[in-house]
Design a protein around this ligand. Structure first.
Ligand code: ZN
Length: 341
């Protein structure tokens, strides 16, 4: 039955045309199934072999397999062409113009208080001070009594306190960290203490929450001259080499003697302006020699050890450095304001 031969040739020709016309991968898969699938045309020829004479079977079977291989090769070729076309299409649809300007992501900056705090801490760690921190909810002992401020002491009126419960307050200064750091330690030591403090006080220059940095050093031969040397070096670092300083006698319960440190107003060079309240000087912070009672409260022998301590408010320094007129602008989280600083 040589009649099968032309039909295989016809099948192959039909397949060649159908494959060439397939416009997509799914369409090509359909064409392949039509000719090579289980119920496809070539399969039908192979299934008909059983009805052929014995000498015909091998010849027709071989011819069918050759046709199958050729159609399979055409399908593979077309598939590769369709895939390449799809990729080209995809690439041309997503054309990238590398000469267009990019989209710049907005970049933030550290909060002004954080900038100043890091600057100060970096300076003092350079002098060998270690950073020490303490809790913001503090015992009344650490916040007052141990710092030589007994319950009936008028100095408590200087610090409008937030009371948490009978024994605890929101710390009114970073000085309780002195007590925590000195108790149970043996000098020499020197610490720098940054942190938030709280006082019930609100005005354009006062916030109920503000930031202090406190430093102290204790050893067998620490003097007021060491304190002056450290603070002069620090203020030169902050304000510039020609900053002019003065120490003014003052009073704090936890230091004796005590002093306020002022620097000559940089805006008016001492002539007097609104920033320095016409005085020509700006307060930089308080300082003094740690009171012997405070040392004794921490278990240190005041006959053997002395130390100095100093503290300053960061918020006022930030207001001056960045020209912020109202302290509350620093803490309201308004990015329009903070972005300008
Ligand atoms: Zn001034």
């Amino acid at each position: 039955m040589a009649g099968e031969q032309p039909s295989l040739a016809v099948i192959e020709e039909e397949a060649r045309l159908a494959i060439a016309e397939a416009r997509s991968l799914p369409a090509l898969a359909e064409v392949r199934a039509r000719f090579l699938g289980k119920k496809g045309s070539v399969g039908a020829v192979l299934r008909g072999i059983g009805a052929l004479a014995a000498d015909e079977r091998a010849r027709v079977g071989e011819a069918a397999n050759v046709a199958k291989d050729r159609i399979e090769a055409l399908v593979a070729e077309r598939r590769a062409a369709l895939e390449a076309g799809a990729r080209d299409h995809e690439l041309s649809a997503r054309r990238l113009d590398v000469s267009l300007p990019g989209v710049r992501a907005p970049r933030g900056h550290l909060h002004p208080i954080t900038q100043i705090e890091r600057d100060i801490v970096a300076f003092f760690t350079g002098l060998g001070f270690a950073v020490e921190e303490g809790p913001e909810v503090e015992t009344q002992w650490n916040n007052f009594e141990a710092l030589n401020i007994p319950p009936d002491h008028p100095a408590r009126d200087m610090q409008a306190t937030f009371f948490v419960d009978g024994g605890h307050v929101l710390r009114t200064h970073t000085s309780p960290v002195q007590i925590r750091a000195m108790t149970g330690r043996q000098p020499p030591f020197r610490f720098i203490v940054p942190g938030r403090v709280y006082r019930n006080d609100r005005s354009p220059r006062h916030s109920p929450m503000f930031h202090q940095v406190e430093g102290f050093m204790v050893d067998e031969r620490v003097s007021f001259a060491d304190l002056k040397g450290v603070l002069y070096a620090f203020q030169r670092h902050m304000m510039g080499a020609d900053v002019e300083l003065r120490f003014r006698a003052s009073y704090f319960p936890f230091t004796e003697p005590s002093a306020e440190l002022d620097y000559r107003c940089l805006l008016c060079s001492g002539a007097g302006c609104a920033t320095c309240s016409q005085s020509g000087w700006i307060e930089a912070g308080g300082c003094g020699m740690i009171h012997p009672v405070v040392l004794a409260n921490c278990g240190l022998d005041p006959e053997r050890f002395q130390g100095f301590a100093f503290g300053m408010t960061l918020d006022r320094a930030a207001m001056l450095r960045f020209g912020v007129p109202n302290i509350h602008l620093l803490f309201e989280g308004d990015l329009r304001v903070l972005g300008q600083i």
